[in-house]
Design a protein around this ligand. Sequence first.
Ligand SMILES: Cc1cc2nc3c(=O)[nH]c(=O)nc-3n(C[C@H](O)[C@H](O)[C@H](O)COP(=O)(O)O)c2cc1C
Ligand code: SF4
Ligand code: SF4
Length: 405
Amino acid sequence: MADLRVKFCGLDFKNPILVASAEPSNSVANIKKCIDNGAAGVVVKTIGDIPAFRQLTKNSKYCILNDKTRPIEGKVPRSFTFYSRSGYISQPHEEWIPILKETVEYARQNDSHIIGNVTGGTLQGWVDLAKMTEDCGVSMLEINLQHGAPPELADRAKGHYIACDPEMTAEITRRVTEAVSIPVMAKQTPEAVSLTAVARAAQGAGAAAVCVNSRFKGFATDIETGKPYIDGPAGVGGPWIKPLTLRWVQEIYSQLGMEIAGSNGIYDGKDAIEFLMSGARVMQVCSILMLKGIEWLPKMINDVETFMDSHGYADIDSLYGISARAAVTSFPELLKAPRVEATINRETCLYPKCNACTRMCFYDVMRPGENQVDINIKNCIGCQLCMNTCPTGSITMVPEGTSAA
Ligand SMILES: Cc1cc2nc3c(=O)[nH]c(=O)nc-3n(C[C@H](O)[C@H](O)[C@H](O)COP(=O)(O)O)c2cc1C
Ligand code: SF4
Ligand code: SF4
């Protein structure tokens, strides 16, 4: 059986699936339930010192949209958008001291970890919250930088999140890493221009890892009422976002070699495998637990193990970053790739009942003929669009010069 244990920030996790900072980690009962269901670590919902953000959580609104971006009724589809608004932990931060201590102890007894997550309203607030959380015994600390700047940095922020700006990220990260001795992970926003630049700044300021990343802000309207579904702009995410998240996971892994917790777009164990292969060492999951229940966790963990066993991966290190390292990213290398062209199996082709490839080829290769598709092979660039859209699998790609055109 595959060994799921993984080292992350110097800590030993029993598997790579952690629960992200959100509602599934907002109380003792929920955190214990995550641990009971196999989570290797739980990132506590953000503890903050700004009363308005605590109040906001009591006005949370959730809307689940289908692939037409209309609200679902009942069953959650494989392709969904979670459009939702919440805030930080509702209670004043001091009230979380006993809660953190209790859950840290529970995690210790169950081979799991509690990871703090804080956001300060001032520079001193960041430091105080970080120290408070460390003193409760958490294994490591995530700093939630998807937040407006403290007043001391407001002129630099120009209304953007801290994590949109490398300099502000470095400033907050440095203050926190100098104040605590546990590993610090900087949580990124997808709204930054370059997450790699922000991650580099966090790394330079002492962060042991980055979480890539939180969610985009979006907007969705009910066209019957002419109003947004949940009052206004709010977080959006779902399985469709995964390739956008992985783009940054791959880049940060490849350029900085930094440890990454992947988050944003994970539905099941196979998604977690994709994150691992793209360069994340652990994953943080949220939306799918809110839509399927915390009981979804064992299935995810089991799926990771089943995949590894069936594909001969003995441990997490044998998966880690393999696709990031296989990625071709430079033009000269791309141009060296072997050239291919399309060929049609006339036995299975349905022409003229089907003529999809003649409509889907934009290089004037596939042409409507009298009784069959005529192929003008000298124009073929090997883009594969016809192969992907042929309903009968009659098109394959073959080395240049060998098409049976
Ligand atoms: C309802 C909700 C509340 C969230 N609250 C927090 C939070 O308090 N702190 C934080 O750092 N991230 C928060 N997040 C972001 C998640 O931790 C996570 O990074 C994000 O949802 C992407 O993961 P997913 O695709 O598995 O949902 C929240 C997300 C949702 C959907
Ligand atoms: S898309 Fe496939 S089935 Fe349709 S005409 Fe082209 S080769 Fe034939
Ligand atoms: S591979 Fe691309 S260019 Fe070649 S025939 Fe198919 S669609 Fe046209």
